[in-house]
Design a binder for this molecule. Structure first.
Ligand SMILES: Nc1ncnc2c1ncn2[C@@H]1O[C@H](COP(=O)(O)OP(=O)(O)O)[C@@H](O)[C@H]1O
Ligand SMILES: [Mg+2]
Length: 295
């Protein structure tokens, strides 16, 4: 049943709280306190083996929103498609990429870090070379831990590292999960959204058992939500039924502003700061800080 989004005063009764899209009362998340010092980073993977669910968009927009709150943010492009690098408008052509660091042909990750047009938001880019990484890493010693060892060299300088995973559960994604303190799962509000999530959670559980006992599920983020369609509302209700409070209060609406912002190579929080989608990503940043997922 669709939840009503109403505030009403009944004589003498307390005000009925406004319900968010998740059906829970809408909470206000406080503006994060400025940080007196920076680092070491909490590392978060944005992971879903389904493509087109908003991983890259969320990495860019959340990263920019956190930078706007004074956090030092490093994004890792971990998808050979390089959409994160393109979306942040950085050079990948003759740049040192995450591939060079994984393969050891470049040793110092500091040399691969590029600044973006958003102050406080940096990136290690990727390009199509990364598609060969799994084949090359398969015979390496501790092949699942290579990204973790790369990130150890730079995470002291940042408050948060966001890894934009590729749409697969292969060795690169296992590297990302092994390097991470937390996982954020973007889920598109459409019919097949839940397909595959069980397998993703199983993969996270295996990584926790075998490689990274400390990894936590930081939250499930509903994306591309269209409150006008019954379909979107029903899907979100099923997601909340299945995952309860792991589903974040913040829900990202569907809007064409995102493709527009990507073309401009600018995060939405800068491209259209007052757009509801920019506000939603700032709310996501505040929610993650209030949950302790980010400093
Ligand atoms: N909330 C949204 N509303 C509308 N379009 C979106 C939204 N989030 C992302 N998109 C668009 O959907 C496409 C896929 O998003 P993307 O973030 O690249 O997904 P993924 O990284 O999971 O493959 C992109 O063209 C992006 O601009
Ligand atoms: Mg992507």
């Amino acid at each position: 049943m669709a939840k009503k989004n109403t505030t009403q005063m009944l004589d003498g009764m307390p005000e009925t709280p406004t319900l968010g899209a998740t059906g829970r009362p809408l909470r206000e998340f406080a503006e994060p306190q400025p940080l007196a010092q920076h680092g070491p980073a909490r590392i978060i993977s944005l992971c879903n083996q389904k493509g087109g669910v908003g991983k890259t968009t969320t990495t860019i927009s959340l990263g920019a929103a956190l930078a706007g709150y004074g956090r030092r943010v490093l994004c890792i492009d971990f998808d050979p498609q390089g959409a994160l690098s393109a979306g942040l408008g950085v050079n990948t052509h003759d740049a040192i990429t995450i591939y060079d660091l994984l393969l050891g042909s470049a040793k110092d990750p500091n040399a691969a870090i590029q600044r973006t047009s958003t102050p406080g938001l940096d990136i290690i880019p990727a390009n199509i070379d990364l598609s060969a990484a799994e084949v090359h890493l398969v015979n390496e010693v501790a092949r699942e831990q290579i990204l973790a060892s790369v990130l150890r060299k730079v995470s002291g300088d940042y408050d948060v590292v966001l890894i934009d995973c590729q749409p697969s559960l292969g060795l690169l994604t296992v590297n990302a999960l092994t390097a991470s303190h937390g996982v954020l799962i973007p889920l598109e509000c459409e019919f097949f959204a839940l397909r595959g999530v069980a397998l993703l959670i199983e993969t996270i559980d295996k990584v926790r058992d075998r490689l990274n006992p400390a990894i936590e599920l930081d939250g499930i983020l509903a994306t591309m939500y269209d409150s006008r369609t019954l379909h979107s509302r029903e899907v979100l209700e099923r997601v909340v039924d299945a995952f309860g409070t792991d589903v974040l209060d913040t829900v990202i609406g569907r809007t064409v502003k995102f493709p527009d912002a990507s073309v401009a190579g600018t995060p939405i929080t800068q491209f259209a700061p007052e757009h509801p989608a920019a506000k939603a990503y700032r709310q996501l940043a505040r929610e993650l800080v209030s949950r302790g997922a980010v400093a």
